[in-house]
Ligand binder design. Structure first.
Ligand SMILES: [Zn+2]
Length: 172
């Protein structure tokens, strides 16, 4: 992140917040640049600066940036949602995965049924719904597929950080 030359003159966000002198060997300065004061404020509020310092010192240097990013993510989630924190996001996504898995299973079962019917009989008349119409909530009784995918209630618009070196964006 911030290079040592760029942050040499101005104290890092942690030292500025804690009103202390930022020394060249400051454990926080590579990960809490002065341009992101809220990042340290959240982490300090939830985990405490001394705990974070202890944790960073126990890690190998190449692990520290990922650790800080995950701490910052957890802290921000906890600040936004004091009850559930990032567990709220995890359980929301878990429910979404479960629901989508059921939708996928149902769509696959439909496909198998249609494929089997197509090999035995002429194509079904057009009054039948095609597989792609499932899940759009269009009336028409008789379907076992009655889920309403837009019924999630998530308390806020969650945004996920860009993990450096992760490459997980867009997979969910
Ligand atoms: Zn510092």
């Amino acid at each position: 992140m911030a290079s040592s030359t760029g942050s040499y003159n101005s104290p890092c966000a942690a030292c500025k917040f804690l009103r202390r002198k930022c020394t060249p060997g400051c454990i926080f300065s590579p990960y809490f640049p002065p341009e992101e004061p809220h990042k340290f404020a959240n982490v300090h509020k939830i985990f405490g600066a001394s705990n974070v310092s202890k944790l960073l010192n126990e890690l190998l240097p190449h692990q520290r940036e990922d650790a800080v990013n995950s701490l910052a993510f957890e802290a921000e989630a906890r600040v936004r949602d004091p009850v559930y924190g990032c567990v709220g996001a995890i359980s929301f996504l878990q429910r979404q995965v479960d629901r989508l898995q059921k939708e996928l299973d149902a769509a696959n079962a439909d496909l198998i049924r249609y494929a089997a019917a197509a090999t035995q009989a002429p194509p079904p008349p057009p009054r039948h719904r095609s597989a792609v119409d499932y899940g759009r909530g269009g009336g028409g009784g008789g379907g076992f597929y009655n889920q309403t995918p837009s019924s999630f209630t998530f308390p806020y618009n969650y945004h996920f950080p860009t993990w450096n070196g992760g490459g997980v964006d867009g997979n969910i």
